[in-house]
Design a protein around this ligand. Sequence first.
Ligand code: C5P
Length: 230
Amino acid sequence: MQLCVALDLPSAKENLALAESLKEHDIWMKVGFRSYIRDGREFIDTLKAINPDFNIFLDLKLYDIPNTMADAAEEIARMGVDMFNIHASAGAKAMQTVMARLEKFDKRPLVLAVTALTSFDEEGFRAIYEKGIDEKAEQFAKMSYANGLDGVVCSAYESRAIKNATSENFLTLCPGIRPFGEDAGDQQRVATLEVAAEELVDFPVVGRPIYKDPDPAAKVAKILEVIKSL
Ligand code: C5P
């Protein structure tokens, strides 16, 4: 498992201070919508300057017509970002167009698909997709695998089924991880590191349990120690 830390603090200054405190560690950094819209490309460059070996996951969940998505994917690849995501519901053609556009890069970023947003309840999801969340998430995962994506964003509890339906090498990135059973906050279904390992999660995403800890660096060290032992 590779730890992915969500940089969800309210300002660039606080996010960069957090990154600075974690610079000794071999970890992924998740840069989300808010932070990217506010702090932009410069923020990514500053993160890389803090530690060139930080792996950056740009969590922008692209969704548009295939050519526009591929244009965005190309720009993301040029930024030197290591992973980004798209919405699976953009469709097979969008996936193919994005992956084809990235072929020219010697080292392209990993591309993940969002299956079902975890904010949906069953009824709200059916109103749009006309199928249940589990069924549709698995269908989206199969479509993403068939069209050359590297993995999906899903709940830790869907990770194993998705790998069974695709490949053990198909990556799963899972938010809602509470490493040592910390407060769930607004997450509906949370998993500890042990559960994440059992469910074959590749990238556990952790936000609040790290940045709300009085000593985030010590917390990350502890998490990495446990991951190593699993
Ligand atoms: O603080 P916490 O560990 O709950 O942070 C989880 C991170 O993962 C947040 O950045 C949240 O926006 C993101 N996320 C999520 N559920 C999804 C997709 C992303 O919690 N389905």
